[in-house]
Design a binder for this molecule. Sequence first.
Ligand code: NAP
Length: 486
Amino acid sequence: MAISQKALVESVPTGLFIGGAWRDSSDGATLPVEDPSSGATLARVADATVEDGRAALDAAVAAQAGWARTAPRDRGEILRTAFERLTERAEEFATLMTLEMGKTLAESRGEVAYGAEFFRWFSEESVRIHGRYSMAPNGATRLLTLKAPVGPTLMITPWNFPLAMGTRKIGPAVAAGCTMVVKPASQTPLTMLALADLLRECGLPDGVLNVVTTSRTGEVMEPIIRDPRLRKLTFTGSTGVGRRLVEQSSEQLLRVSMELGGNAPFIVFEDADLERAVEGAMLAKMRNIGEACTAANRFYVHEEVAEEFGRLFAKRMAGLTLGKGTKKGVDVGPLIDAKARDGVAELVEDARSRGATVLTGGAPAPGRGYFFEPTVITDVSPDARMMREEIFGPVAPICTFRTEEEALAQANSTEYGLASYVFTRDLSRVIRISEGLEFGMIGINQGIISNPAAPFGGVKASGFGREGGFEGIEEYLETRYVGIAP
Ligand code: NAP
């Protein structure tokens, strides 16, 4: 029998997970977790202190040597079991995520499937960590190349994908033999706490995974980053915070992976299948209420088809129903908080004041919760803030272009370089434009690009490092070489 939402939330451990045990914050403090559809407090979780952060790192360091010695198959089996249990308990995890983050249940189910897949993928990769044996060119020595786990890793994750941003890091770290301290976003800690409990049940040894929730974020994280026992930092979040963390990491030259902000262009050529392009636009814009680093941020549509595309897109957007994500028939949940909603409203006002026309939406929705209407805007000036900044909400600005060169130049005119989307039926153009776009990921005739079997990551101010694919595990391995004189 399905349990109630209240009972589900109450079933989640709310302490810090350190060395395989749950404990309170050392000063007894807690922080609230809010339901963004109503502003109501869902639960309170432990609010870690600097000492708690250090204790979590102590536990990860103590477990590292033993964990690195475990058989790759054993590590893989833990991940495989976690994949299966997560899949069995998909409904619970999806509901929890919807409650603390706001997205609809359908989207949360999608995230559970996507997030669990990282465990399955990396369970398979754990037994394929290869080295190399070769002869030096002069024949004098033999060259043995080895891969070793990087070591204790700090993982800092954002609120927009509370599960998948964790499994994308935990999966490869477990497979490679690294121990870790995970710090989920303070707005959405419940999913990660439930996941830690699930991994414990699946046999992950004590101390391999430690979870610290805190509102004193910078104060608790910085000493861990500067601790010489830490070997790697992996961060998913905003470019501003990422820059600060890279600076902190430079002191001890930490291995660093940065999955940062995006400002994805969505280019529609005159030969595109327009219905398919609109379908792709709905996915690329509205997945996660527009709160995705891969979200289409700027739409560049060829002038011959721009009016038709705008009309069809606005019609689809106007037909969406806003509401609490757990309710049936709801297509779009609330934004994460009042600041996010007001920020989106400011961007729309800025575009309007520079002459843009709102085809549909354009305002926060009345009532409780942090809702914003699905919005399509045309005639947006290139100087408008929303063309340069991440919108992180359900707003689609459309600009037009005449030539392929112009489209490419506009698409690349950003400091970011994460995702990009192109709709065309011309194969030669696909090749030209894929080679010309300065983005880590390019979707051709598709509005969703994330795939656990593909290397996810950006260039320029969107960061460095890759998650998923064959590349994902490399981030948690270092290369050593042994020269052997025969
Ligand atoms: P954020 O403010 O940068 O926060 C991300 C994480 O960093 C949170 O856990 C946050 O903790 C923590 N943090 C904040 N200040 C910190 C500090 N001084 N030291 C250490 N940690 C700190 O980003 P967000 O608003 O949660 O997430 C949205 C951003 O993430 C967007 O820019 C989006 O594009 C990006 N993102 C990128 C990817 C990708 O793969 N490239 C994926 C998803 C999201 P608190 O919650 O406690 O503040």
